[in-house]
Design a protein around this ligand. Structure first.
Ligand code: UDP
Length: 330
């Protein structure tokens, strides 16, 4: 038996593959390498370079590797890009999952874990936001993920498939041993930008909005360490293996840090200052996003280990330094 990971060469996918391999779980990856890196995979993990939408490929891999569960990461994740080209998002996220599910149903794969996002909530009325909150995505990215969630629900009802949907909050950090990390070109996430500034790759960074009605005026996010998130997928797999019912779970820590606090944490761990400019609010930003974690807490056997902001910042920084050294050596 093995687990098929789509998008396993990407940021969250590769950390999950590493966690699966370290747990002794046989793993096989499908990734089209559009944004992922084959070098992010541990040695010996079979990689099929192709699309998760390619049903022939998926069915072949399921049969050849005796796949009993699928963890589906493959997709597009850039919110502004989804505004410019929504149809690409409905293809890469919604339609791809439709084909993948068709292959899973045909091949009788019963367990399915899906990467969703807190972006399905849009602007929440309630913080921390529970899973039962209204879903009003503000971007085609969020809508494409929400449509997939709806599709999964219908597929589960009709064909007896079981799923765990994980709605990720703000994923950050890197493998604690700096073996892998975020290497997507042009990533715009706060911690990535901050560690680029800390390593001298940017002359300065900006804080988008300092006049929000929060304690320090900047936005607040529930940053989750990518290695803890990877472990949540393993816990979800165990839950489904033990016969757990289909469920949708927030995946965050239930606490928030402000943008300014996050930048301060990066400054502390790197030990030097870098220029930070206070800028106007960024269009579309939500003021505060924090997960209500009650449901994941009672559903999965999952104990986060890296929730300290300084730990997340330190791991992101160590990985960035390694990436920079590799680039300079090349
Ligand atoms: N942010 C910032 N400067 C940056 C990047 C991000 O001030 O260079 C802020 C952004 O406006 C938001 C928060 O950091 O309030 C988190 O943004 P990110 O893009 O990391 O994730 P999002 O929450 O938008 O998915």
């Amino acid at each position: 038996m093995s687990v098929l990971v789509t998008g396993g060469a990407g940021y969250i996918g590769s950390h999950t593959v590493l966690a699966l391999v370290e747990a002794g779980i046989r793993t096989v990856v499908i990734d089209n390498l559009s944004t992922g890196f084959s070098t992010a995979l541990p040695e010996g993990v079979p990689l099929f370079i192709g699309d998760a939408a390619d049903e022939n490929l998926v069915e072949g891999v399921i049969a050849a590797h005796d796949v009993s569960a699928i963890i589906h990461f493959a997709g597009s994740v850039v919110v502004p890009e989804s505004m410019r080209d929504p149809l690409a998002y409905y293809r890469n996220n919604t339609m791809t999952t439709r084909n993948l599910l068709n292959a899973a149903v045909k091949c009788n794969v019963k367990n399915f874990i899906f990467s969703s996002t807190a972006a399905v909530y849009g602007n929440p009325d309630q913080i921390p936001v529970p899973e039962i909150a209204p879903t009003r995505p503000l971007s085609p990215y969020g809508s494409s993920k929400l449509m997939t969630e709806i599709m999964l629900h219908d597929v589960a009802t009709a064909y007896g498939l079981n799923y765990v949907v994980l709605r990720y909050f703000n994923v950050a950090g890197a493998d604690p041993q700096a073996r892998i990390g975020l290497q997507t070109v042009g990533a715009t996430h706060l911690l990535k930008i901050a560690v680029e500034a800390a390593t001298g790759q940017r002359a300065k960074m900006e804080v988008f909005g300092t006049d929000y009605p929060t304690p320090d005026g900047s936005c607040i996010r529930d940053f989750i360490h990518v290695t803890d998130l990877a472990q949540a997928h393993l816990a979800a797999l165990a839950y489904l293996d033990q016969g757990g019912d289909s469920v949708t779970l927030n995946c965050g820590y239930g606490r928030g840090y402000s943008v300014l606090e996050t930048i301060e944490a990066v400054r502390r761990v790197c030990g030097r200052q870098f220029a930070v400019q206070m800028s106007p609010r960024r269009n579309g930003d939500i003021m505060t996003m924090i997960a209500d974690t009650a449901r994941i807490g009672r559903t999965l056997d999952w104990t986060p280990r890296y929730a300290e902001l300084e730990t997340i910042a330190a791991h992101a920084l160590a990985w960035e330094e390694k990436l920079l050294q590799a680039r300079e050596a090349a």
